[in-house]
Design a protein around this ligand. Structure first.
Ligand code: ADP
Ligand code: MG
Length: 262
């Protein structure tokens, strides 16, 4: 005896084969609404597919953001432009459109400690993750260690190639510590490998004139800067440290608590 089948009985199985759980979730409710409101067939399908695609995009953005290795979650919405007038809002908002990533161009954020360089670099990185780009964050020191390890294993070239998978690398804190000659050469290799192939956001507390000293070699510094800035937007931040400033207001007026440190 064959069991009677109802229209739609096979849908749970078919939707699970298609790996479309959100369509399965919303099917009954959407079908009821479609009947009540007499939707066209196309509208019904469109609403369901949209739910699936939006959810997939959101989960892709979450996965990319998680795997980028950001030290904190910082966004442009949390950035107080009135506290940092040297970060010109229209320029930063233009960068947030990310056309520079499509063009394999770079962004250099230069300014004293506490002026929002890391914050802005993370915020742009998160934007990029949401737009579907693969991003990896590290301090200059971390990138150098990673490349040193690869070099010791004789796999530097493969490692540099592997990093091409990321459309955006963030290299934070160039200049906090001076680099050994070997480290400076590795940083140069990284920048030069990505030249016109992928984007870099680099942050530094020192202007380019000091990079010869940081990298321990004026020639390497000049060659690196040359490649870095050929297609780059420079954002020069000025002023007092936001950390100290927040601490200052907190002690005098007890206003807002200081933000969490990275
Ligand atoms: P830098 O990398 O330039 O040393 P950070 O980006 O780490 O500075 O900023 C220090 C702290 O102050 C972080 O917690 C950051 O979120 C916060 N901060 C800095 N500038 C601003 C700003 N204009 N608006 C809001 N928070 C800020
Ligand atoms: Mg920083």
């Amino acid at each position: 005896m064959t069991a009677k089948t109802k229209v739609g009985d096979r849908l749970p199985y078919l939707l699970s084969s298609l790996k479309a759980p959100r369509i399965a979730e919303r099917l009954a409710e959407t079908a009821e609404r479609a009947r009540e409101e007499k939707w066209a067939y196309e509208q019904f399908l469109e609403v369901l597919c949209e739910a699936e695609v939006f959810a997939r995009e959101a989960s892709g953005a979450r996965t990319r953001t998680r795997s980028a290795g950001f030290p904190a979650h910082k966004t442009l919405d949390d950035f107080d432009f009135s506290a940092q007038p040297s970060a010109e809002r229209p320029l930063v908002m233009h960068l947030a459109q990310l056309s520079w990533i499509e063009e394999h161009a770079n962004v250099c954020l230069i300014g004293p400690p506490g002026t929002g360089k890391t914050h802005l670099s993370i915020a742009l990185g998160i934007k990029a993750c949401h737009a579907g780009y693969r991003v990896a964050f590290g301090t200059a020191q971390q990138w150098v260690s990673r490349l040193e390890e690869a070099q010791e294993r004789n796999t530097l070239d493969q490692e540099l190639k592997r990093l091409e998978r990321y459309q955006l690398l963030i290299v934070d804190e160039v200049g906090y510590l001076p680099l050994e000659r070997q480290a400076a050469n590795l940083l140069f290799a990284l920048v030069s490998r990505r030249y016109e192939r992928g984007s870099i956001v680099i942050t530094s507390n020192r202007g380019f004139e000091a990079w010869g000293e940081i990298l321990g070699d004026a020639m390497v510094a000049a060659a690196l800067i040359d490649r870095l800035v050929h297609h780059a937007t420079m954002v020069t931040l000025k002023g007092k440290s936001y950390r100290l400033r927040e601490r200052g207001t907190a002690t005098t007026s007890n206003a807002r608590p200081a933000p969490l440190e990275n």
